[in-house]
Design a protein around this ligand. Structure first.
Ligand SMILES: [Zn+2]
Ligand SMILES: [Zn+2]
Length: 333
Protein backbone atom coordinates (compact mmCIF):
# COMPACT_ATOMS: atom_id res chain seq x y z
CA UNK A 1 0.00 0.00 0.00
CA UNK A 2 1.00 3.60 -0.58
CA UNK A 3 1.99 5.39 2.65
CA UNK A 4 3.69 8.56 3.82
CA UNK A 5 6.43 7.51 6.23
CA UNK A 6 8.42 9.65 8.64
CA UNK A 7 11.71 7.76 8.31
CA UNK A 8 13.69 10.06 10.59
CA UNK A 9 13.54 13.65 11.82
CA UNK A 10 12.65 15.94 8.89
CA UNK A 11 12.54 13.05 6.40
CA UNK A 12 9.19 12.11 4.89
CA UNK A 13 8.98 9.48 2.19
CA UNK A 14 6.09 8.38 0.04
CA UNK A 15 6.64 4.62 0.03
CA UNK A 16 5.08 1.37 -1.02
CA UNK A 17 4.66 -0.54 2.25
CA UNK A 18 3.73 -4.20 2.61
CA UNK A 19 0.21 -4.71 3.95
CA UNK A 20 0.44 -5.02 7.76
CA UNK A 21 -1.13 -8.29 9.03
CA UNK A 22 -4.22 -7.74 11.15
CA UNK A 23 -4.08 -8.81 14.82
CA UNK A 24 -7.01 -10.72 16.32
CA UNK A 25 -8.63 -7.72 18.08
CA UNK A 26 -7.87 -5.17 15.38
CA UNK A 27 -9.91 -3.69 12.56
CA UNK A 28 -8.45 -2.73 9.20
CA UNK A 29 -9.88 0.56 7.93
CA UNK A 30 -9.63 1.82 4.38
CA UNK A 31 -8.73 5.48 4.85
CA UNK A 32 -10.88 8.09 3.10
CA UNK A 33 -9.67 11.29 4.76
CA UNK A 34 -6.88 12.12 7.16
CA UNK A 35 -6.31 15.50 8.78
CA UNK A 36 -2.98 17.29 8.89
CA UNK A 37 -2.31 18.62 12.36
CA UNK A 38 0.17 20.79 14.21
CA UNK A 39 1.21 17.60 15.97
CA UNK A 40 2.34 16.13 12.63
CA UNK A 41 4.57 19.15 12.18
CA UNK A 42 5.98 18.70 15.69
CA UNK A 43 6.69 15.02 15.00
CA UNK A 44 8.34 15.94 11.69
CA UNK A 45 10.58 18.38 13.56
CA UNK A 46 11.57 15.70 16.09
CA UNK A 47 9.37 17.02 18.89
CA UNK A 48 6.94 14.79 20.81
CA UNK A 49 3.23 14.55 19.92
CA UNK A 50 0.95 12.65 22.29
CA UNK A 51 4.10 10.54 22.63
CA UNK A 52 7.50 10.16 20.97
CA UNK A 53 7.35 9.21 17.30
CA UNK A 54 8.46 5.61 16.84
CA UNK A 55 10.24 6.02 13.51
CA UNK A 56 9.91 4.83 10.82
CA UNK A 57 6.20 5.52 11.24
CA UNK A 58 3.27 6.38 8.99
CA UNK A 59 1.90 9.74 10.22
CA UNK A 60 -1.79 10.66 10.48
CA UNK A 61 -4.01 10.46 13.56
CA UNK A 62 -7.17 12.30 12.38
CA UNK A 63 -8.72 9.51 10.38
CA UNK A 64 -12.02 8.58 8.76
CA UNK A 65 -12.73 5.67 6.51
CA UNK A 66 -14.59 2.45 5.93
CA UNK A 67 -14.19 -0.91 7.68
CA UNK A 68 -12.30 -3.23 5.34
CA UNK A 69 -11.55 -6.28 7.48
CA UNK A 70 -12.23 -7.56 11.01
CA UNK A 71 -9.65 -9.43 13.08
CA UNK A 72 -10.46 -13.05 13.97
CA UNK A 73 -11.57 -12.29 17.54
CA UNK A 74 -13.21 -8.89 17.14
CA UNK A 75 -16.25 -8.48 19.42
CA UNK A 76 -17.31 -5.07 18.13
CA UNK A 77 -20.65 -5.02 16.27
CA UNK A 78 -18.98 -3.15 13.41
CA UNK A 79 -19.37 -4.69 9.96
CA UNK A 80 -17.35 -4.54 6.78
CA UNK A 81 -18.36 -1.39 4.89
CA UNK A 82 -19.32 0.63 8.00
CA UNK A 83 -18.24 4.28 7.90
CA UNK A 84 -16.03 5.10 10.87
CA UNK A 85 -13.89 7.65 12.69
CA UNK A 86 -10.83 6.61 14.66
CA UNK A 87 -9.65 7.48 18.15
CA UNK A 88 -5.87 7.32 17.78
CA UNK A 89 -5.05 6.96 21.48
CA UNK A 90 -4.50 3.52 22.95
CA UNK A 91 -4.04 3.61 26.73
CA UNK A 92 -2.53 0.55 28.43
CA UNK A 93 -5.51 -0.11 30.73
CA UNK A 94 -3.42 -1.21 33.72
CA UNK A 95 -1.40 1.78 34.98
CA UNK A 96 -2.67 3.81 37.92
CA UNK A 97 -4.11 6.54 35.67
CA UNK A 98 -5.93 4.09 33.45
CA UNK A 99 -7.40 2.35 36.47
CA UNK A 100 -8.54 5.71 37.84
CA UNK A 101 -10.42 6.39 34.60
CA UNK A 102 -7.94 9.01 33.41
CA UNK A 103 -6.55 7.26 30.33
CA UNK A 104 -5.18 10.50 28.85
CA UNK A 105 -2.49 10.41 31.55
CA UNK A 106 -1.56 6.79 30.79
CA UNK A 107 2.12 6.06 31.33
CA UNK A 108 2.27 3.70 28.36
CA UNK A 109 -0.03 5.40 25.86
CA UNK A 110 0.30 4.23 22.27
CA UNK A 111 -1.04 6.41 19.48
CA UNK A 112 -1.96 5.71 15.89
CA UNK A 113 0.20 7.94 13.68
CA UNK A 114 2.73 8.55 16.46
CA UNK A 115 3.99 5.35 18.07
CA UNK A 116 2.43 3.04 15.45
CA UNK A 117 1.42 3.36 11.82
CA UNK A 118 -1.24 5.99 11.16
CA UNK A 119 -3.69 7.08 8.52
CA UNK A 120 -1.55 8.72 5.84
CA UNK A 121 -1.81 5.44 3.98
CA UNK A 122 -4.37 3.41 2.06
CA UNK A 123 -5.15 1.27 5.10
CA UNK A 124 -4.64 1.49 8.84
CA UNK A 125 -4.98 -1.23 11.50
CA UNK A 126 -6.43 -0.12 14.84
CA UNK A 127 -7.70 -1.87 17.99
CA UNK A 128 -11.44 -2.51 17.74
CA UNK A 129 -12.21 -0.27 20.73
CA UNK A 130 -10.72 2.69 18.85
CA UNK A 131 -13.14 2.47 15.92
CA UNK A 132 -16.39 4.50 16.11
CA UNK A 133 -19.27 4.14 13.69
CA UNK A 134 -20.52 7.49 12.34
CA UNK A 135 -24.11 8.35 11.40
CA UNK A 136 -25.11 8.96 7.77
CA UNK A 137 -25.53 12.68 8.48
CA UNK A 138 -21.79 13.01 9.04
CA UNK A 139 -19.62 13.11 5.91
CA UNK A 140 -16.35 11.20 5.82
CA UNK A 141 -14.54 14.48 5.24
CA UNK A 142 -16.02 15.97 8.41
CA UNK A 143 -15.45 12.71 10.28
CA UNK A 144 -11.69 13.08 9.89
CA UNK A 145 -12.14 16.01 12.30
CA UNK A 146 -13.75 13.94 15.06
CA UNK A 147 -10.38 13.51 16.77
CA UNK A 148 -9.44 17.22 16.99
CA UNK A 149 -13.03 18.05 17.97
CA UNK A 150 -12.90 15.37 20.68
CA UNK A 151 -9.82 17.07 22.13
CA UNK A 152 -11.76 20.35 22.35
CA UNK A 153 -14.70 18.49 23.93
CA UNK A 154 -12.35 17.15 26.60
CA UNK A 155 -11.08 20.68 27.21
CA UNK A 156 -14.65 21.91 27.73
CA UNK A 157 -15.39 18.90 29.96
CA UNK A 158 -12.69 20.29 32.25
CA UNK A 159 -14.52 23.60 32.69
CA UNK A 160 -17.70 24.70 34.39
CA UNK A 161 -19.76 26.40 31.69
CA UNK A 162 -22.82 28.46 32.68
CA UNK A 163 -25.22 30.47 30.49
CA UNK A 164 -24.41 33.79 32.15
CA UNK A 165 -20.66 33.36 31.68
CA UNK A 166 -18.54 35.24 29.17
CA UNK A 167 -15.69 33.59 27.30
CA UNK A 168 -12.59 34.66 25.43
CA UNK A 169 -10.96 32.36 22.88
CA UNK A 170 -7.36 33.35 22.17
CA UNK A 171 -6.34 32.23 18.70
CA UNK A 172 -8.36 32.07 15.49
CA UNK A 173 -6.91 28.86 14.02
CA UNK A 174 -8.92 25.69 13.51
CA UNK A 175 -9.03 24.77 17.21
CA UNK A 176 -9.93 28.33 18.22
CA UNK A 177 -12.75 28.20 15.68
CA UNK A 178 -14.02 24.90 17.09
CA UNK A 179 -14.07 26.25 20.65
CA UNK A 180 -15.80 29.41 19.44
CA UNK A 181 -18.51 27.49 17.59
CA UNK A 182 -19.20 25.02 20.41
CA UNK A 183 -19.27 27.72 23.11
CA UNK A 184 -21.49 29.98 21.00
CA UNK A 185 -23.97 27.14 20.51
CA UNK A 186 -23.96 26.33 24.22
CA UNK A 187 -25.61 29.68 24.84
CA UNK A 188 -23.01 31.70 26.69
CA UNK A 189 -23.67 35.39 27.22
CA UNK A 190 -20.81 36.21 24.85
CA UNK A 191 -17.87 34.54 23.16
CA UNK A 192 -15.13 36.92 22.07
CA UNK A 193 -12.14 35.93 19.98
CA UNK A 194 -8.67 37.41 20.00
CA UNK A 195 -6.78 36.83 16.77
CA UNK A 196 -4.45 38.68 14.45
CA UNK A 197 -5.76 37.75 11.00
CA UNK A 198 -8.39 40.26 9.79
CA UNK A 199 -9.40 37.89 6.98
CA UNK A 200 -10.91 35.49 9.50
CA UNK A 201 -13.23 37.98 11.20
CA UNK A 202 -16.27 37.30 9.00
CA UNK A 203 -16.01 33.53 9.43
CA UNK A 204 -15.60 33.87 13.20
CA UNK A 205 -18.70 36.04 13.44
CA UNK A 206 -20.61 33.58 11.30
CA UNK A 207 -19.80 30.69 13.62
CA UNK A 208 -20.90 32.68 16.65
CA UNK A 209 -18.18 35.04 17.86
CA UNK A 210 -19.68 38.08 19.56
CA UNK A 211 -16.68 40.30 19.02
CA UNK A 212 -13.38 39.67 17.28
CA UNK A 213 -10.43 41.87 18.10
CA UNK A 214 -6.81 42.08 17.08
CA UNK A 215 -4.61 42.08 20.21
CA UNK A 216 -1.87 43.96 18.35
CA UNK A 217 -4.16 46.84 17.46
CA UNK A 218 -6.80 47.06 20.15
CA UNK A 219 -6.38 47.40 23.86
CA UNK A 220 -8.94 45.19 25.50
CA UNK A 221 -9.48 45.65 29.19
CA UNK A 222 -12.48 43.38 29.57
CA UNK A 223 -12.07 40.25 31.66
CA UNK A 224 -13.83 36.92 31.23
CA UNK A 225 -15.22 33.98 33.20
CA UNK A 226 -13.62 31.52 30.78
CA UNK A 227 -10.44 32.04 28.76
CA UNK A 228 -9.26 29.39 26.32
CA UNK A 229 -5.70 29.71 25.04
CA UNK A 230 -5.33 28.00 21.63
CA UNK A 231 -2.02 29.38 20.41
CA UNK A 232 0.66 27.95 22.69
CA UNK A 233 2.96 30.98 22.79
CA UNK A 234 4.15 32.26 26.13
CA UNK A 235 2.86 35.77 25.35
CA UNK A 236 -0.67 34.60 24.65
CA UNK A 237 -0.58 32.27 27.64
CA UNK A 238 0.27 35.21 29.89
CA UNK A 239 -2.45 37.22 28.14
CA UNK A 240 -4.90 34.39 28.86
CA UNK A 241 -4.26 34.47 32.59
CA UNK A 242 -4.42 38.27 32.68
CA UNK A 243 -7.75 38.19 30.80
CA UNK A 244 -9.60 36.14 33.42
CA UNK A 245 -11.89 37.90 35.82
CA UNK A 246 -12.13 36.98 39.49
CA UNK A 247 -13.21 33.36 39.79
CA UNK A 248 -12.20 32.81 36.19
CA UNK A 249 -11.16 29.56 34.56
CA UNK A 250 -8.26 29.44 32.11
CA UNK A 251 -7.84 26.47 29.80
CA UNK A 252 -4.32 26.01 28.44
CA UNK A 253 -5.00 24.19 25.19
CA UNK A 254 -2.32 25.49 22.81
CA UNK A 255 0.82 23.35 22.73
CA UNK A 256 3.89 25.28 23.85
CA UNK A 257 7.51 24.21 23.73
CA UNK A 258 8.47 21.60 26.37
CA UNK A 259 10.84 24.09 28.03
CA UNK A 260 8.73 27.25 27.78
CA UNK A 261 8.22 29.28 30.95
CA UNK A 262 5.64 31.96 31.64
CA UNK A 263 5.30 34.67 34.27
CA UNK A 264 2.23 34.49 36.49
CA UNK A 265 1.28 36.96 39.19
CA UNK A 266 0.89 34.51 42.05
CA UNK A 267 -1.12 36.99 44.11
CA UNK A 268 -3.69 37.01 41.28
CA UNK A 269 -4.18 33.25 41.53
CA UNK A 270 -4.98 33.69 45.23
CA UNK A 271 -6.92 36.94 45.13
CA UNK A 272 -8.89 36.21 41.97
CA UNK A 273 -9.38 32.52 42.81
CA UNK A 274 -8.19 31.59 39.34
CA UNK A 275 -8.38 28.06 38.01
CA UNK A 276 -5.73 27.20 35.42
CA UNK A 277 -6.30 23.89 33.67
CA UNK A 278 -4.55 21.81 31.06
CA UNK A 279 -6.28 19.44 28.68
CA UNK A 280 -4.38 16.64 26.98
CA UNK A 281 -5.85 14.54 24.17
CA UNK A 282 -9.42 13.24 24.20
CA UNK A 283 -10.55 10.87 26.97
CA UNK A 284 -14.21 9.77 26.82
CA UNK A 285 -14.96 12.46 24.22
CA UNK A 286 -15.39 10.68 20.86
CA UNK A 287 -19.14 10.07 21.19
CA UNK A 288 -19.84 13.70 22.12
CA UNK A 289 -17.69 14.95 19.25
CA UNK A 290 -19.54 12.71 16.79
CA UNK A 291 -22.92 13.82 18.15
CA UNK A 292 -22.10 17.55 18.01
CA UNK A 293 -20.98 17.19 14.41
CA UNK A 294 -23.75 14.85 13.27
CA UNK A 295 -26.40 17.29 14.58
CA UNK A 296 -24.53 20.17 12.88
CA UNK A 297 -24.26 21.95 16.21
CA UNK A 298 -20.71 22.09 14.98
CA UNK A 299 -20.31 22.25 11.20
CA UNK A 300 -16.63 21.63 10.55
CA UNK A 301 -16.58 21.36 6.77
CA UNK A 302 -16.55 25.15 6.16
CA UNK A 303 -13.56 25.34 8.53
CA UNK A 304 -11.44 22.98 6.41
CA UNK A 305 -9.47 25.30 4.12
CA UNK A 306 -7.49 22.76 2.06
CA UNK A 307 -8.10 19.36 0.55
CA UNK A 308 -4.76 17.89 -0.47
CA UNK A 309 -3.03 14.81 -1.81
CA UNK A 310 -0.57 12.62 0.04
CA UNK A 311 2.10 13.86 -2.38
CA UNK A 312 1.63 17.47 -1.15
CA UNK A 313 2.37 16.76 2.49
CA UNK A 314 6.21 16.76 2.51
CA UNK A 315 6.04 20.40 1.32
CA UNK A 316 3.37 21.24 3.89
CA UNK A 317 5.21 19.77 6.89
CA UNK A 318 8.62 20.81 5.62
CA UNK A 319 7.38 24.38 5.17
CA UNK A 320 8.84 24.59 1.63
CA UNK A 321 5.50 25.86 0.28
CA UNK A 322 3.33 28.19 2.34
CA UNK A 323 -0.21 27.18 1.46
CA UNK A 324 -1.75 29.49 4.11
CA UNK A 325 -3.47 26.53 5.71
CA UNK A 326 -5.88 26.88 8.60
CA UNK A 327 -6.88 23.23 8.37
CA UNK A 328 -6.01 20.68 5.70
CA UNK A 329 -7.27 17.19 5.08
CA UNK A 330 -5.77 14.63 2.74
CA UNK A 331 -8.21 12.83 0.48
CA UNK A 332 -7.16 9.23 -0.17
CA UNK A 333 -8.55 7.26 -3.06
ZN1 LIG B 1 -4.13 16.30 15.75
ZN1 LIG C 1 -2.25 3.26 31.30
Amino acid sequence: MKALVLTKKEHLKLQELPDVPLKSHEIKVKVNYVGVCGTDKHLYQGLPGSGEANMPVVLGHEISGVVKQLGSEVNSPLKIGDRVAIDPNIPCGFCQYCQEGRPQLCEHNQAVGVTRHGGMAEFVNVPESNVFRIPDSLSLKAAAMVEPVSCAVHGLDELIVKPHYTALVIGNGFIGQIFTAILAKSGLKKVDVSGRNPKKVDLLRKIGATEVFNPEKEQHDETYDIVIECVGYTGTQEQAIASARRGGQILMFGVSGPDDLIKINSYDIFFKELTIKGAFINPHAMLDAIQLMAEKRLDVEPLITHEMRLEDIPDVLGGTIDYKITKAVIRMD
